[in-house]
Design a binder for this molecule. Structure first.
Ligand code: DON
Length: 304
């Protein structure tokens, strides 16, 4: 085992005893997750992947799709058009909050659900399939392999997605969503239901770390300015109402999702990802947070 993989292995052993938190239950299909799955991966500048634990286990990407769909919307529409529909301010509120500016109805940022649905509505394409094709292509390019949707999780999410539908109707009432609410919401549910491994997430993080070029495939996925914009928003808003404390403690742009994934980006150095479905009250992975925080400390990765 090379020294970095050995270090990651030690890190897993350190966080495994943390048994607080539980898988999300508000999407019934997510409640069936094995709480003790655990995996960790790191990708460096030459595209070398190091991963430990349940590295082949697939889980749905959930909210970690948000920064990558934001990257697509920024690439297609440009920063000003995106900012006209969704802000760039931390909301200090939970991920499913009715986080809309008083007069304009603009969501606080693209990382809370309201802002993510508004961002998904900006993706070009006539219907759900058209938009999903673009989203799947983009996220697959970030991951360096073809991703696909878990239809059971999608069905479960769509069947219980009343709050997100309500948010989308509010967005349309303010003109933030201009087209069909159903297309926006069902596309959003499908993007959240894309299956990934911890290794995929680390490669996706590394593509942001290296200015939009996937270090494994060597392909440019988005412009450097787009990668920088996405990282800026992840730094201030990526961990919901824990974003400020996360930046203080760990000092890296990051994004979490309710199935237990977490990725963090050390610009020009590493893409990092963790998977453990035990979530804290903010909807962030307990062991994932502990592992990335320890890694950041040991490698001196804090940006500030
Ligand atoms: O909107 C939802 O409920 C989910 N599909 C995504 C939420 C999510 O991952 C929030 N993360 N912590």
């Amino acid at each position: 085992m090379d020294p970095i993989t050995a270090l990651l292995d030690d890190l897993l052993a350190e966080v495994r005893p943390l048994t607080s938190g539980a898988p999300a239950t508000y999407i019934p299909e997510l409640a069936t997750a094995d709480p003790d799955r655990l995996a960790f991966a790191v990708v460096g500048p030459r595209g070398r992947v190091r991963d430990v634990g349940d590295t082949d286990h697939e889980f749905t990407i959930q909210s970690i799709s948000k920064p990558f769909v934001l990257a697509l919307a920024l690439s297609e529409r440009g920063r000003d058009a995106v900012l006209a529909k969704v802000g760039a301010e931390p909301s200090g509120e939970p991920f499913n909050a009715i986080s809309l500016e008083k007069h304009t109805g603009r969501p606080a940022n693209p990382m809370v659900n309201a802002g993510a649905i508004a961002t998904t509505a900006l993706v070009e394409g006539a219907g759900i399939d058209d938009r999903m094709t673009r989203i799947v292509e983009t996220l697959s390019a970030f991951a360096g392999r073809s991703l696909w949707v878990d239809e059971d999780v999608y069905a479960s999410e769509s069947a219980t997605g009343d709050r997100n539908r309500a948010l989308a109707h509010l967005l349309r009432s303010h003109g933030v969503i201009e087209g069909s609410v159903d297309i926006a919401v069902e596309t959003y549910f499908r993007q959240c239901s894309l299956l990934v491994t911890v290794r995929d997430l680390a490669v996706m993080a590394s593509t942001l770390a290296f200015g939009g070029v996937n270090p494994v495939t060597g392909h440019r996925v988005v412009a450097e300015t787009v990668a920088r914009d996405v990282l800026s928003i992840m730094a201030s808003c990526g961990m919901y109402d824990f974003s400020g404390e996360w930046l203080l403690r760990v000092g890296l742009p990051a994004k979490s999702g309710v199935s237990g994934g977490l990725l963090a980006v050390a610009p020009s150095q590493f893409g990092v990802a963790a998977f453990s479905p035990r979530l804290d009250a903010h909807g962030n992975s307990v062991r994932g947070i502990a592992a990335v925080e320890t890694l950041s400390e040991r490698f001196g990765m804090h940006l500030l």
